[in-house]
Design a protein around this ligand. Sequence first.
Ligand code: CO
Length: 464
Amino acid sequence: MPAKKPIRITDVTLRDGQQSLFATRMTTEDMLPIAEKIDSVGFYSVEVWGGATFDVMTRFLNEDPWERLKLLKQHMPNTKLQMLLRGQNLVGYRNYADDVVEAFIEKSAETGIDIFRVFDALNDERNFVAAFKAIKKTGKEIQAAISYSLTEKKLGGPIFNIDYYIGKAKKIEEMGADSLCIKDMAGIISPYDAYELFSKLKANLKIPLHLHTHYTSGMASMALLKAIEAGADGIDTCFAPFALRSSHCAVEPFVVSFQGTDHETYFDLEIIAEIDEYLESIIPKYMSFADTTRFSVMDIGVLMHQIPGGMISNLVSQLKQAKAIHRLKYVYEEIPKTRKDLGFPPLVTPTSQIIGAQAVFNVIAGRYKMISNEVKDYFYGLYGKPPVPVNEEIKQMALKNYAKGNISIDTRPGDILEPEMPKAREALKGLSEDMGDILIYALYPMTGLEFLKKNRVTPHYNGS
Ligand code: CO
């Protein structure tokens, strides 16, 4: 008997789970032995690709990301495969030209992606235009995500209030999204805020609603349950060994909690236990990438300062390199100020890195004595439009000798970017004509090329 109100459960173990806990280092070789069993559980979808996987695989694992996707598709033919796409940033850290967006999505759909979860770090919906168009063309599902952000302790205040999220959500629905996801990358959504937000979203939207949150602050399972009570249609979970900490809620407690209710999952806990056992067996290989600095599974710092866990580890390594780790406290104080100067962008890749790095410069060298190229590009408008206006004085300072000009653009960033695929094709001449390879180069001209030179046997290639 099917559940009266089944909840769509997306397993994110093989992408966000391993990215959050083990720096995205899980190999395809370790995924394949368990893929068929995961496929048999009955998930709505499995997120297996995107986010940092593409970069880490070519840079550190010496693995072809397209090959992983192809193999996972072969081993998981019954469950929809999902990826996280950073809007016009794709799986990189800057906005790419429209021709790269189109080619990347076409190739991803062809290789196995069924659901594209698309977000933009600034929640600038213009950065969805090219991606939506390309996904529509492939006939696959567009799941648009809104980056969940706060400036106050709770949902509300002048910027990230209920009206902000409802307004964004309605616009995205009108643009043709098939479903909507609230993407809480830092794990800061509280249960009652989740209830309020999903009640209002449900009242205002027709498309299915998902909540993606991280366990970091310890509120996640309460938030998911309250969101479901408010009408949310889908949640993201991991298998227990890859759950909690900066990862996600575990699926097992939900399976049991929903037994005998309208949300019954009918997942077989015996099968899940076998998957868990396998996952436990490979974890020792990845423990060197885990954060073992504390025993607590939650980071109460996030409840206090709302800085995402991944961002903190970046700050710490940047400060250590500069031999200034003793100034971490000042960087924490500086981050909200830098964020305000930049018009309060949500803290998610790549804005979290951009703001984190600039805040470190501001503390070490003095405020805006050193300005990163990314901050200059940001002020110029290459990442899109921030939620509120930026600090004009600092913008002028940043664009003073900026190569592209000192007057910022207010068009969709994709509109001013020259096509990039012809150059990528040209650069790989004699090395590879494969579309997957051309995309690896287009996305990562330096590390991508290194990867291709290592892996494509080509005696005639003389390119540098
Ligand atoms: Co996430």
